[in-house]
Design a binder for this molecule. Sequence first.
Ligand code: GUN
Ligand code: ZN
Length: 429
Amino acid sequence: MQGYRAALLRFLPDDTMERIDDALVVVDQGRIADAGAFDAVAARFPQLDWVDWRGRVLAPGFIDVHVHFPQLDVIGSPAEGLLPWLENYTFPHEARFADPAYASAMAELFLDELLRNGVTTAMVYCSSHAASAEAFFEAAQKRSLRMVAGKCLMDRNSPEPVRDDTRRGLAQSQFLIERWHGRDRLGYAITPRFAPSCSDEQMRGAAELAEAFAGTWVQTHVAENRDEIAWVAQLFPDARSYLDVYDRLGLLRERSMFAHCIHLDAADRARLTASGASAAVCPTSNLFLGSGLFDFKAAAQAGFQWGLASDVGGGTSFSPFRTMLAAYEVARLGGVTLSPQALWYRHTLGAARAMGLDGLVGNLSAGHKADFIALDARVTPLLARRTGSAWSLDEWLFAMIVLGDDRAIADSVVAGTTMPRLTPPSRTG
Ligand code: GUN
Ligand code: ZN
């Protein structure tokens, strides 16, 4: 049993946040056994050893509901929109992940980056090569991380080195599900890349796999970019909309995560809500690629679940602070003001709900897995100054969102183990 004494941030039953200035978190066998005001908790555990992290603030680990592991080195590749970006940078780079040694080295760097930024759970695209998913799951398993991932299915409209074969891609997915889904803290996401790169047969096969293997996730992209949408309309002339392509093939369900969801209409949003599927909202990516602005007002009216996501490498940062800030700014452009607590919720507990993992991760209270971060607001002079003058929890959170970065993540704790402090990534390959 191990205790941590620090300030504490967590969500109350009404999804608002509370801050306890002097708190004690008790971890037993990778789970949170107790958490609350220091005096009260310490009285319940008189023999407890605790580390003194006073000056820091413990908070739930961040959850990134959509990120591409093979795109770490694609960040910052400028293009005139999604389709040229995929063709000129992303597909050629993902071809390298056929090499298991390269994929393994990159999986380590990718997980280092997530943890450096306080992200302890993510829903992850691997490349189309089964070897990339093997490498990713092995690396995540070694660190006892809660990760959901899958190899891309993409059997058409993509260059040969990243294209898979319809049946072989599905067979590899099934093999990976049987090998990794439910093993330790890992889960499998069946991953049709997006409708333009998948045949009907492959997407139907993906839906059959999702039906056959209980608890698996589905992840794909939808309604991100106008050119992409026009292409989908040509490829699927019978579908009512882009989302409807997936709906007809049986891919709208609980545990399905649709990235972007920018250019939807009211009928699409109603279907998302009714089906129990979720949206991954990726504001830094949408701004960088010029894809469009997620409609936060329409999402709230429709009531579907959504979480925040980096979408690296279309997205520009692994840092949840950058993603929350971009979400705030995009919402403002749509006339919506997201509170700092709401932003934080969408990257922690709300993201856990969107993935169907609430109760396990996303909050810092008894019974949850001990996946949490220690924030240090003193790491830069301006952050120290601005948080120091904050007169409310919301002010403090907003200062962190606007001024914080990976330096403010002093430590990440995963299943009760403090992860080694990480050095900046070096070049591989
Ligand atoms: N649509 C299909 N593939 C991708 C991808 O890798 N990134 C983004 N942002 N959109 C996609
Ligand atoms: Zn994506």
